[in-house]
Design a protein around this ligand. Structure first.
Ligand SMILES: Cc1ncc(COP(=O)(O)O)c(C=O)c1O
Length: 437
């Protein structure tokens, strides 16, 4: 029997003892039969053990014998399922995404370019699934959310986080209310509506404006809690500032990259929207791999490139007043920002370099990935791949670079992918042409 399994059994005994202390000793036999009846000889993964620890802690707080019995049944069945290979609902399909080698880029550069296929997260199909689940679990553990009580999660998002929140809210018995800029691809807000979220598409505005989408979500959450017209409470998810964001990558994405690559990687490349991904992954990997280069991939109009390279948040386009939009002037969605959020700041010192990627480079890379690898991705994934390829050229052959494929091109059909044909002779571009400024 493995040590983890032994630890887990110990925890189960502990739970039994707690149950006895609260005076429902007859339930203890029930736990023994239901839970220890299963085959525990298979090794439980670390994260499984942590999840069970959390559930056992919740168990210890239940005083009503009927509720306790029902919860134990659920725990026992989830344990049976994990010993086989059955996922516990849609939340069980989040994380453990594959790390895939992008063959065309690897062959062309002589470096291994590996990408974490985050679009395969099973709820909202992006890395934001990890963040949304982490936000909800953190709020639940603090008693801030009660299922089926009308409790509603409010978030300001350009789309992906909203989609993940909306899906997981459905699964957990909450409502979702999403505020987003009205210039984001319309398929994102359509999808949110189909998931049953309430959606407010608002005019793009700077963060100092009270009607900016993030500020609006905060205000809506507060007025839900204060008012008496809606049941339950409002919870502002606050993906830009919450600890739950970078921690999801610190405990999930980062360790997965380390394990899947066997700890053999020279660089990690990622764009930043909230900054949660790059910070969380860097915070996990850097202490283990001090020589690792962490590189930011940044789209036009974002101030982060200058923040990393020169220590100041400044983009020439802003000074010239040529920005078409209020946030970031690019067709790329999900990354690039003009303020330092807590989630970016927490890992900022660990970011070694930044690479600027133009919209045309991202578009050309997106087509290249379809034509050469059959990989159909959205704009931020294309930016990541341009930056990873530029870095490969800088480092020279023989290096291993890990980046992320964040979401599918299907989510960008009306904007990033609009009017872009694949397979025509004009698309027969070389990688050098893609990388040219
Ligand atoms: C589509 C997309 N692009 C980029 C990112 C990276 O963003 P962040 O810095 O918020 O972690 C994400 C994050 O999940 C995403 O879903």
């Amino acid at each position: 029997m493995s040590r983890q399994t032994r630890d887990f059994r110990f925890l189960l005994y502990l739970a039994e003892s707690i149950v006895i202390i609260v005076g429902v000793a007859q339930i203890s036999d029930y736990i023994r039969r239901r839970i220890f009846g299963g085959d525990l000889n298979k090794t439980l993964q670390d994260h499984d053990v942590k999840a069970h620890q959390k559930r056992l802690l919740q168990l210890s707080k239940i005083k009503d014998p009927e509720v306790l019995k029902k919860t134990i049944d659920e725990l026992a069945s989830s344990l049976d399922n994990e010993i086989g290979d059955v996922k516990e609902g849609i939340e069980g399909c989040i994380g453990n995404t594959p790390l895939i080698k992008i063959k065309s880029l690897s062959e062309a550069t002589g470096c291994e370019i590996l990408a974490k296929a985050e679009f395969l997260n099973g709820a909202g199909n992006s890395p934001k699934d990890r963040v949304a689940l982490s936000i909800i679990e953190m709020a639940e553990s603090k008693g801030l959310l009660v299922p089926h009580s009308g409790d509603t999660i409010y978030e300001g998002t350009v789309g992906s986080t909203g989609i993940s929140l909306a899906a997981i809210c459905r699964a957990r018995g909450y409502k979702a209310h999403i505020c987003m800029p009205n210039d984001m691809a319309v398929e994102k807000s359509d999808l949110l509506l189909k998931l049953g979220a309430e959606v407010e598409r608002v005019r793009p505005a700077p963060i100092v404006d009270q009607n900016q989408f993030v500020n609006l979500a905060r205000v809506r959450a507060a007025s839900h809690t204060a008012g008496s017209d809606k049941p339950g409470r409002g919870l502002f998810a606050d993906q830009f500032e919450t600890e739950a964001n970078w921690r999801a990558h610190f405990t999930g994405t980062g360790p997965e990259i380390y394990e899947q690559s066997g700890g053999r990687l020279d660089a990690f490349v990622s764009g930043a929207g909230t900054g949660g991904t790059i910070s969380g992954v860097a915070l996990h990997l850097k202490p283990k791999l001090p020589k690792l280069k962490v590189v930011l991939a940044d789209p036009p109009g974002s101030g982060l490139y200058n923040r990393v390279k020169f220590g100041v948040m400044f983009d020439p386009k802003e000074r010239e007043g040529t920005r078409r939009r209020h946030q970031v002037d690019t067709i790329v969605e999900g990354i690039g920002i003009n303020r330092v959020t807590h989630n970016f700041d927490i890992g900022r010192e660990l970011i070694d370099d930044a690479i600027r990627v133009t919209d045309n480079q991202a578009l050309a890379m997106a087509r290249w990935l379809v034509e050469n690898d059959g990989i159909f991705v959205g704009s931020s994934s294309a930016v990541n791949c341009v930056a990873a390829t530029k870095l490969a050229k800088q480092l020279g052959p023989g290096h291993r670079i890990v980046t992320l494929l964040c979401d599918s091109g299907a989510r960008h059909l009306s904007k990033f992918w609009a009017n872009k044909e694949v397979g025509g002779s004009e698309n027969d571009v070389s990688l050098e042409a893609i990388l040219a400024p």
